[in-house]
Design a protein around this ligand. Structure first.
Ligand SMILES: Cc1cc2nc3c(=O)[nH]c(=O)nc-3n(C[C@H](O)[C@H](O)[C@H](O)COP(=O)(O)O)c2cc1C
Length: 352
């Protein structure tokens, strides 16, 4: 078994095991629509075994960064349909990462009338970039009322339905990096005293209800989940990430998801890959700072089913072909990661 061997993840068919990791690139319109440039960007990278899209908001409240896309209006769904058609036209596979930022937001980056909401009214002590006012402190979120939470779960359900209508092959629940499901899971961001806070079962309730809603629409064999226990990104802190994620994974295991996408964290308190291997009986995709040979070895050893690459796909749209031919990799330009326009986005050529 090697990186170029095909793979089935539930109902998802991957022609190789080089997965493109989800990457926010801030090329959407200010009303969160995918653009023709994004169609071209994803088309160029369709040689990945599977593309996981950039984080896509299930509602206006779910947006937090500038020029990021949503999937809650007909125009957005229409835009995504062109992206998925382009990827499928090249024989590729693409899933939508559903990402609600919760408190990780600046009101400058949000549409009028939208709100910054979270389990508790605790702001992330961090700044983010805005087009209008440069770096800004993140908003202080409004704590969600108990009666509002079912509506949030419904947003994920509808977003999943919309993603399927837009032609995505499946959906990935973004359950890390300090965004909304992680805010519910973690003791530092969740100080609720109702059914969604306190015990690990209560803190995991939101993520599991969302997962169930996504599964109800897409089928478990088209739903994946992304985790990174002990991830401190966006000012996240949990007293006992091992316990939290053991519980979450035991519950997810029973739901038979298509895959678990695990970001490793060698310096964290948890061995994330080992945790995934132990508590999730399905297929694992590993991520974070793999080089291609290391990924090949991990797949060959049967440690994981596939490996995802983020940064390597930025300047190497044909990453799988480069690996096949053992060609050298190009370096990406950090200055154009999130800048508008084609430069540093669709401007990286294939090797041949
Ligand atoms: C520009 C950029 C944007 C990212 N956006 C997202 C995102 O929207 N969702 C997500 O889950 N991870 C996101 N990540 C994290 C990547 O998916 C990945 O975990 C990270 O780049 C480490 O993998 P690598 O070492 O192969 O680059 C982003 C990373 C980069 C570099």
């Amino acid at each position: 078994m090697d990186l170029l061997t095909p793979l089935e993840l539930g109902a998802l068919h991957l022609r190789n095991r080089l997965v493109m990791a989800p990457m926010t690139r801030s090329r959407a319109t200010t009303d969160a629509r995918p653009t023709a440039l994004m169609v071209e960007y994803y088309r160029q990278r369709a040689g990945a075994g599977m593309i996981i899209s950039e984080g896509i908001a299930p509602s206006a409240d779910g947006l937090g960064y500038c020029r990021t896309p949503g999937i809650y209006t007909p125009e957005q769904v229409e835009g995504w349909r062109e992206v998925t058609a382009a990827v499928h036209g090249e024989g590729g596979c693409i899933v939508a990462q559903i990402m609600h930022v919760g408190r990780v937001a600046s009101h400058y980056n949000k549409p009028a009338g939208s709100h910054t909401v979270a389990p508790s009214a605790i702001p992330a002590k961090a700044k983010m970039y805005t087009d209008q006012a440069g770096m800004q402190e993140m908003d202080t979120p409004r704590a969600l009322e108990l009666g509002e939470i079912a509506g949030l779960v419904e947003e994920y359900r509808q977003a999943t339905l919309n993603a399927l209508e837009a032609g995505f092959d499946g959906v990935e629940l973004h359950c890390t990096s300090g965004y909304l499901p992680a805010q519910f899971l973690s003791t530092g961001t969740n100080q609720r005293d109702d059914a969604y806070g306190g015990s690990v079962a209560n803190r995991a309730r939101f993520a599991l209800e969302v997962m169930d809603a996504m599964v109800a629409v897409a089928g478990a064999d088209r739903v994946g989940m992304r985790i990174c226990p002990d991830n401190r990104f966006n000012d996240l802190a949990d007293d006992d990430p091992q316990e939290t994620f053991e519980y979450l994974l035991e519950q997810a295991a029973a739901r038979k998801l298509a895959y678990l996408h695990v970001i490793r964290m060698p310096k964290g308190r948890v061995d994330n890959i080992a945790l995934g291997q132990r508590y999730f009986p399905g297929r694992l995709i590993a991520n974070e700072s793999f080089d291609l040979q290391e990924a090949e070895d991990a797949v060959a050893a049967g440690e994981v089913a596939a490996v995802s690459f983020g940064r390597a796909f930025i300047a190497n749209p044909d990453l799988a072909e480069r690996w096949r031919a053992r060609l050298p990799l190009a370096e990406f330009d950090i200055a154009t990661l999130y800048s508008p326009g084609p430069e540093g986005y669709t401007s990286y050529p294939p090797a041949v």
